[in-house]
Design a protein around this ligand. Structure first.
Ligand SMILES: Nc1ncnc2c1ncn2[C@@H]1O[C@H](COP(=O)(O)OP(=O)(O)OP(=O)(O)O)[C@@H](O)[C@H]1O
Length: 392
């Protein structure tokens, strides 16, 4: 299973410019999470801080018990081996063919024989749909193939955490869907923890298990996908609908005069052309036929059902409605618009760790759930139902 990443109070500035402050969230092991945010909000800086390429000013980023913000260079070097990183353009060496690009980390960081390296490289090229392209130079292949080659290279050291920076940049929507499918299929095969940084609304709505958003130097929210997809937080709603109307402007922040002007224009019929509200929980992309079920998705479902009572009512409804009837019976929940009924029976008590009684539902789920709720996933007992289409 992939590693858990626990981030607490992380803050990063360049000189006097604060990029983001007090970011607190947990990437659950083996789940796929995505971080959204308008351009320039510091998503790439966040990824670089997670692997220690940039040093945060304060806060913690704990992986396998090591805080990479304060650990020694030696420890950081060891922790970095857990990461596979897919940069926007694949970051391939232009003068090396794909085989040598993918083999590079193995030659640099391991003492494996060329025979063993060949086996691994060809396997990763196969997984990423590049079998037979090993002799090609990066300049001879499409942008989508370059990204897949970058992913193949990110996989060779058996990473526990995979970071992906804007996978859709330079790709058409169809190729973006293909690479997204590849992430889920790879996640199913190696159970690594994924964090994808993107502005792509379609990817955000259909691919990750968990979604977060950075805006105005803060983490607006982080939590199960259903929380952001049903949120009425203005910045989240505006972003997921790609609207002009809302707090996000041409530059990072809008002033109140511009907001008022745009609201008046919208009232006069000069608003966004595409103003259909796409709020709601759409089915999540599933793994390709023949690929094993995602262990991370199964663990996530147990985890989300344990914290269900802490989520906003609209997210609770979205989650329950996306369960199959079999799953609803298993978790002892039933769809009932406007109300939440989670009747925990003795059977549940044996399967799941004790949780506090349902209390007041917070307005926002800000990724600050107690770590024991977010992170401790119950072991598979072999009794869970299979995931249906769109399962939580
Ligand atoms: N090494 C650096 N030194 C100084 N400022 C930097 C450095 N790296 C990034 N920044 C600044 O940090 C801010 C956030 O940049 P970043 O690239 O992380 O944004 P982003 O959210 O990934 O944007 P985009 O979606 O457009 O890629 C920008 O203002 C950028 O100029």
């Amino acid at each position: 299973m992939g590693a858990e990443v626990v981030i607490e109070g992380l803050t990063k500035s360049f000189g006097k410019q604060t990029i983001w402050r007090d970011v607190t969230l947990t990437l659950p092991p083996g789940e796929v999470s995505a971080m959204l945010g308008p351009s320039g909000t510091g998503k790439s800086v966040f990824l670089k801080s997670m692997i220690g390429l940039l040093k945060p000013d304060r806060g913690r980023c704990v992986i396998n018990g090591v805080d990479i913000v304060t650990c020694s260079e030696h420890k950081l070097y060891e922790i970095r081996k857990l990461f596979g990183v897919l940069f926007q353009d694949g970051a391939l060496f232009g003068s090396m063919n794909l085989y040598d690009n993918v083999a590079f980390p193995l030659r640099e960081h391991t003492k494996k024989s060329e025979t063993e390296i060949r086996r691994i490289v060809l396997e990763k090229l196969e997984i990423t749909g590049l079998a037979g392209a090993d002799k090609k130079l990066p300049g001879e292949i499409s942008g989508g193939m370059r990204k897949r080659a970058g992913l193949a290279r990110a996989l060779v050291l058996d990473p526990e955490i995979i970071l992906v920076d804007e996978p859709d940049s330079g790709l058409d929507p169809v190729r973006t869907t293909y690479i997204s499918q590849l992430f889920l299929d790879v996640n199913a095969q190696i159970d690594a923890t994924f964090l994808i940084v993107s502005h792509n609304i379609n990817l955000a709505r259909t691919v990750p298990d968990n979604l977060g958003m950075l805006f105005r130097k803060e983490l607006v929210m982080f939590g199960p996908r259903e929380v952001l997809l049903t949120s009425d937080e203005p910045v989240v709603e505006q972003f997921l609908n790609g609207r002009k109307l809302g707090p996000i402007g041409m530059s990072e922040e809008k002033d109140s005069a511009q907001m008022a002007r745009e609201q008046a224009e919208a009232a006069a019929g000069h608003g966004d052309v595409l103003n259909e509200d796409v709020r709601g929980v759409v089915p999540q992309m599933q793994v390709s036929p023949g690929v094993p079920e995602r262990a991370g998705a199964k663990r996530r479902m147990d985890r989300v059902m344990r914290i269900l009572h802490t989520l906003p009512p609209s997210a609770q409804e979205g989650i329950i409605e996306s369960l199959t009837p079999e799953q609803q019976r298993y978790y002892n929940v039933r769809p009932n618009p406007g109300a939440f009924h989670h009747q925990r029976g003795p059977e549940d008590t044996q399967q799941l760790p004790p949780v506090s009684a349902p209390g007041p539902v917070p307005d926002q789920h800000q990724g600050q759930l107690p770590a024991d709720q977010v992170a401790r996933i119950p072991g598979a007992d072999g009794r869970s139902p299979r995931h249906g289409q769109g399962g939580a």
